[in-house]
Design a binder for this molecule. Structure first.
Ligand code: NDP
Length: 325
């Protein structure tokens, strides 16, 4: 068996030109890990943050924080998985590769009826949407919520889940094609945030009531509009940097209206094994019952990871981007 494997590695932060498709050593089994032969790796915005240096990591690094595949070897201390198990997993990088050493604490057996691409596509965006609508702000029947980039990967899942839990959803998008996707996902109202003033439109739509909560993964370009769209005691869940990092804020801006501001990361909502498996189980049940539709927007071959990064950074995503391994 070959001792090397194909992987996407970067030696230093930078533009897409730093992405290299290389032969590197295949990882060796460790007693508390399992070796997974990847079938799919998910591409997420966070991968671009590591690539550009917005988030700091040791170099060189193999990108990729989620995937799915077949367990090839199980460490001697690992229980609950066996050779041949179909798994999906989260990982601190290393997923854009033929093989990966996976921490069993952050792996889950994929239900028999579920395809491995769907499983891989569900994890980061699905768990993000699910934990944020339950734990960052508990979306309830009768709420009115604003979801930015509502046709995007995480956005479409947020829209569906907010509807599932009984809210009226206002979604923002940049164009008509995406507006249709957001509407199909359940958005009750659309705001074209690149050409309409968001708080003004929210005021019109809600008859001056404004919204209970905003889910904002766009970041820098939408932060102020999100803030200005909230009602008294409203909650702003600012969770991403698609348009750039939100500049530092002055804490006193929260006083008027007793605003709650969160900047959550998925990982601290699924930190323990129990939290992770419970969230995965709820997520897979929602997907399998048809209550939550996971949309795979585009698949690229592993060697074309740079094209996948270009695609996501151009704002073209309308669902999950996967690498076929
Ligand atoms: P999306 O598929 O939602 O793509 C991002 C969307 O943002 C685009 O489709 C685009 O939609 C919109 N957008 C607005 N401005 C820009 C810009 N300058 N460049 C690119 N896109 C822009 O991506 P994801 O679902 O993968 O991620 C969405 C956000 O969620 C990201 O910020 C990501 O970091 C964050 N995230 C955070 C997590 C956490 O734990 N905190 C976990 C997972 C994701 P439109 O054309 O409609 O404007």
């Amino acid at each position: 068996m070959s001792s090397t494997m194909k992987a996407i590695r970067i030696e230093k932060p930078g533009d897409v030109s730093v992405i290299k498709y290389l032969d590197i050593p295949k990882p060796q089994i460790e007693k508390n890990k399992m070796l997974v032969k990847n079938k799919f790796a998910g591409v997420n915005f966070i991968d671009t943050y590591f690539r550009t240096g917005l988030y700091i990591a040791d170099m060189p690094m193999v990108l990729g924080r989620e995937g799915s595949g077949i367990v090839e070897e199980v460490g001697s201390d690992v229980t609950g998985f066996e050779t041949g198990s179909r798994v999906a997993y989260l990982s601190p990088n290393n997923a854009y590769a033929e093989y990966i050493l996976v921490d069993p604490e952050k792996a889950i057996i994929v239900p028999e009826q579920m395809a491995l691409d769907t499983a891989s596509a569900s994890l980061i965006q699905g768990l993000t949407a699910l934990t944020f609508v339950k734990r960052a702000y508990n979306v309830k029947k009768g709420d009115v919520v604003l979801v930015h980039a509502a046709a995007g990967g995480t956005g479409r899942l947020l829209v569906q889940l907010c509807k599932h839990y009984g809210a009226t959803v206002i979604g923002t998008t940049s164009n008509e094609e995406k507006a249709k996707l957001a509407t199909d996902a359940g958005a009750d109202h659309i705001i074209y945030y690149t050409r309409e003033d968001v708080p003004t439109r929210v005021r019109e739509i809600t008859n001056g009531q404004m919204v209970n909560a905003v889910f904002d993964g766009v970041g820098k370009s939408t932060f102020q509009a999100s803030f200005d769209s909230l009602r008294r005691c409203g909650t702003l869940v600012s969770f991403g940097n698609a348009s750039g990092k939100v500049p530092p804020i002055e804490i006193n801006i929260l006083s008027k209206g007793n605003i709650v501001l969160l900047r959550p990361m998925l990982y601290d909502y699924i930190y323990t094994r129990e939290e992770f498996t419970e969230a995965c189980s709820t997520l897979f049940d929602l997907v399998e019952s048809g209550s939550l539709k996971v949309n795979i927007c585009k698949e690229f071959d592993l060697k074309d990871a740079a094209d996948a990064h270009r695609f996501i950074e151009a704002g073209k995503t309308t669902g999950k981007i996967l690498l076929r391994v």
